[in-house]
Design a protein. Structure first.
Length: 393
């Protein structure tokens, strides 16, 4: 009988020592003394057997609406192999792998443990030692690839050296993660000055700190910028960790933090053949109040639209955020040279470019985007294949 509906295995952190039916749930006692209740409805919903889950796709075919809300078990036991066995009143039988069951336990202690184990961003400032990797190693070694992706997930900024300077080489690196996200700028976009520019990025101007495409409902998760040639005077890159600035703002000016996390601001990208608009907070939070996204590009922002009594507080908060991005304590600077490539979390790391002089030399970068969930998916698959994959869902 199938005991797990997944593409991976789960380490048995502690064996099941007892399973007792109580009311609407089963109390499972673990070898380390932890007690985990599992409601019957939850257990039936997660039955991994071949009748409930299609073995090829590992996707559920059973729907919980087809079982009574007050479903009961006639018997529960622990198998010789250590799995939980549940026999249902309706005649169905379910078996649950101990490792999977512990990984998905929802008692108070287990939930706190799972929350503590979730990846946390490594916030940084001007003193950052940027995680740096070599092109050849990333392309040839999955262990190095995984290390790079974990650093990118947790730090939000990385540097890759030794990338071939032929146009299109960037695509080879990006495809080591997943699919490239196409935008109105193309699959790969060329960052160089041009007369008929459809973005300030394609001028010689100074670009203030920003995230790309805040005008989209979903900002691209990752951005790649590959330097093909950089002989012009100027054009250095600046990065700040938007999460670090947001947390500093939360600490130093809670009212400003609240204004930027609670007020929707419209961003607009008006081109000759397109017109993108999105209203969203500058600081996005999850259900736990943690910062998950920064949306900022002053040159793409529309007029504020908020009740009269909130207008001046919003401007004060917005100005404070920009002022903080200009503070030396947060700013990491580096001039990218030919063969180097930035890869960063575009929904976290704000980036800027100094003005450059095109009469002093050529400057040509190529860029592309990948969504953040492609990064997270690739990490999970690589971890699944690794000898020590750890916990997961």
């Amino acid at each position: 009988m199938d005991a797990i509906a997944d593409y991976r295995t789960y380490a048995v952190i502690s064996p099941i020592t007892a399973a007792v039916m109580k009311g609407a749930h089963v109390d499972v006692t673990w070898g380390d003394g932890r007690l985990s209740p599992y409601h019957y409805i939850w257990l039936r919903d997660n039955c991994p057997c071949s009748e409930c889950v299609y073995g090829v796709t590992r996707e559920q075919v059973f729907e919980i609406a087809d079982a009574p809300m007050e479903i009961k078990a006639s018997k529960v036991s622990v198998t010789e192999g250590g799995s939980l066995l549940v026999e249902w009143d309706q005649g169905h039988t379910s078996q649950y792998d101990a490792g999977w069951l512990r990984a998905h336990a929802y008692d108070e202690v287990s939930l706190a443990e799972q929350a503590a184990e979730r990846p946390k961003p490594h916030r940084w400032n001007a003193t950052l030692a940027v995680p740096t990797f070599g092109y050849d190693a990333i392309m040839q070694d999955d262990e190095v690839l995984l290390a790079w992706l974990l650093a990118l997930r947790d730090t939000g900024l990385s540097l890759v050296n030794g990338v071939p300077v032929e146009p299109g080489s960037l695509k080879l690196v990006a495809n080591r993660i997943s699919f490239i996200r196409e935008s109105n700028f193309g699959v790969l976009f060329n960052v160089q000055s041009k007369a008929e520019a459809d973005s300030n990025a394609y001028t010689t101007f100074n670009l203030p700190l920003h995230t790309d495409l805040p005008t989209r409902e979903l900002q691209p998760g990752l951005q790649f910028l590959h330097c093909l040639i950089n002989n012009a005077v100027g054009g250095s890159s600046t990065f700040v960790d938007g999460f670090e600035i947001a947390e500093a703002l939360r600490l130093e000016d809670p009212e400003a933090f609240a204004a930027l996390s609670e007020t929707r601001v419209e961003f607009r990208n008006k081109g000759r053949t397109s017109d993108y608009r999105c209203r969203a907070p500058i600081i996005a939070l999850n259900e736990a109040g943690e910062v998950t996204e920064i949306r900022m590009a002053n040159f793409l922002r529309g007029p504020f639209s908020t009740p009269v009594e909130r207008m001046l507080p919003l401007y004060r908060a917005y100005r404070r955020f920009i002022e903080m991005t200009r503070e030396a304590r947060f700013r990491y600077r580096h001039r990218l040279e030919a063969g180097q490539m930035w890869c960063f979390d575009n929904r976290r790391a704000l980036h800027a470019r100094d003005e450059f002089d095109p009469t002093t030399g050529e400057r040509h970068f190529q860029g592309c985007y990948i969504d953040r969930d492609e990064l997270l998916s690739r990490i999970l698959v690589l971890q699944r294949l690794a000898p020590e994959s750890g916990r997961g869902s």
